[in-house]
Design a protein around this ligand. Structure first.
Ligand code: FCB
Length: 440
């Protein structure tokens, strides 16, 4: 790595991130069905129709996984809690095995000196709630607050930080407009409702956790830099609209109590009644803001219906996901978010990393491409700090190879290689390089 821990201010935190459905093994421990199970079981949605039944079997192997987090020298472990593991039908009676699991997991982090950084929801909605309309139903804010109370009532006393929802854009747009993630809808009305309700649920969960006396509560947004394909006003507008519904919609909702005009041109007619009255909840005070960053997109205008644009392939080198490698976007987002939205509020990079065509050869994975990717993005992070951004930490996605949603187990994002037949873990060259950077 082209950095070391001592390049950063004292107290700057490094972490590794995962999420429940992607690693735990949803078939274990009495978890209820989720919309990802049925989405994955429907032909054409997920590569080889793979699901999270086994994942990395972190449910049973969590101790060795946390040993790896600690041995690398990380300060934090960002994990998520599965709603359907805690409340198998989404509401009502908790599953004692699920609560016990997160209790053990928390203590295992603390025993290893790791700060537990929880995300309450990383996408696996309990099926009975999906049947009621899921994120389209306004009642989800109350269901989510109840789930928050149940899980944080058990482990909240030991959390370092908590964010309610991972990546509202993916919950809203990716899953209801593009249909790439569960529930796989392609419907602008569903999208408008999900985009709003996900923020309402976020704010309701923040209020619930304040009620439990919890501190260090935040929000985690994914961001993609939007570049116009050329300098025409039409292309510039196309990129601004992508930036609007991808990045600004959620920041403006939480930090300014409104939604961007260009986005409301399309979503406005489809918003749920009374949405204007929800910003007191949506804007509940947070203590930090997290940014997940991977890439940028190039946008071209077209004559189709709103949003009237499409992505075009960019010229930069790409990861295994086909995502362009564009570290400047991370620096620019950190600076812009602080300048325009969050001011002095602590920022974190809560996810950053790449999928690579990794191969285990003689027990070694030589993922130099990942070392280069992480080095260049950490350099961008340093530039943001030098520009005055109050950045407090950086977390890698992901600790280990896992279930990459619609792309199944094919795309490998881990610092640790997982053999999905034997479940054997092998630290990759990037893990070793990071470990040495973090000790320096
Ligand atoms: C993020 C998700 C994470 C993983 C990475 C590659 O959007 O939070 O679960 O899929 O992308």
């Amino acid at each position: 790595m082209q950095f070391k821990r001592s390049d950063f201010p004292a107290g700057f935190q490094f972490g590794a991130a995962t999420s429940s459905y992607q690693i735990e093994g949803h078939a274990y421990g009495g978890a209820g069905k989720t919309h990802w199970d049925s989405f994955a079981a429907t032909p054409g949605n997920v590569v080889r129709a793979e699901n999270g039944d086994i994942g990395c079997d972190h449910y049973h192997l969590y101790e060795q996984d946390l040993d790896l987090v600690a041995a690398a020298g990380f300060d934090c472990y960002r994990f998520s809690t599965s709603w359907a593991r805690v409340l198998p039908t989404g509401r009502g009676t908790p599953n004692p095995e699920g609560l016990d699991f997160y209790d053990r997991l928390t203590d295992a982090m603390l025993e290893r000196g790791l700060k537990p950084c929880a995300t309450l929801y990383h996408w696996e909605l309990p099926s009975p709630l999906a049947d009621l309309g899921g994120w389209r139903n306004r009642d989800i804010a109350g269901w989510f607050a109840d789930f928050t109370e149940t899980i944080m009532g058990r482990i909240g006393d030991r959390m370092y930080s908590v964010a309610p929802i991972n990546e509202p854009w993916c919950v809203g747009w990716l899953s209801h407009f593009l249909g790439h993630h569960a529930p796989g809808l392609r419907d602008v009305r569903a999208t408008a409702r999900a985009m709003h309700h996900v923020l309402l649920a976020h704010g309701s969960a923040i209020q619930t956790m304040r009620g439990l006396g919890m501190e260090n509560l935040g929000a985690v947004f994914n961001m993609e830099w939007a570049t116009p394909v050329d300098q025409t006003p039409q292309a510039t507008q196309a990129a601004a609209l992508y930036d609007g519904y991808y990045n600004r919609f959620f920041l403006e909702g939480v930090f300014k109590g409104r939604y961007p005009d260009n986005v409301m041109e399309g979503l406005g007619p489809h918003m749920p009644d009374g949405w204007q009255d929800d910003f007191d909840t949506i804007g509940s005070q947070v203590d930090w803001c997290g940014i997940n960053y991977y890439t940028r997109k190039m946008l071209a205008p077209n004559d189709g219906p709103w949003p009237g644009h499409h992505e075009v392939p960019g010229p930069l080198p790409k990861t295994q996901m086909g995502w362009e490698i564009y570290p400047q976007g991370l620096r620019d987002f950190l600076i812009r978010t602080a300048q325009e939205y969050t001011g002095e509020l602590p920022l974190y990079v809560t996810e950053n990393g790449m999928a690579n065509d990794d191969h285990l050869v003689d027990d070694v994975v030589n993922d130099q491409a990942r070392i280069d990717y992480l080095s260049s993005h950490v350099a961008a992070v340093k530039e943001a700090i030098a520009a005055g951004v109050p950045l407090r930490g950086y977390m890698v996605w992901s600790l280990m190879d896992n279930y990459e949603w619609a792309l199944g187990y094919e795309k490998r994002f881990g610092l640790v290689h997982v053999d999905f037949e034997t479940l054997r873990r092998t630290p990759k060259a990037s893990y070793m390089a990071l470990k040495s950077a973090l000790s320096g």
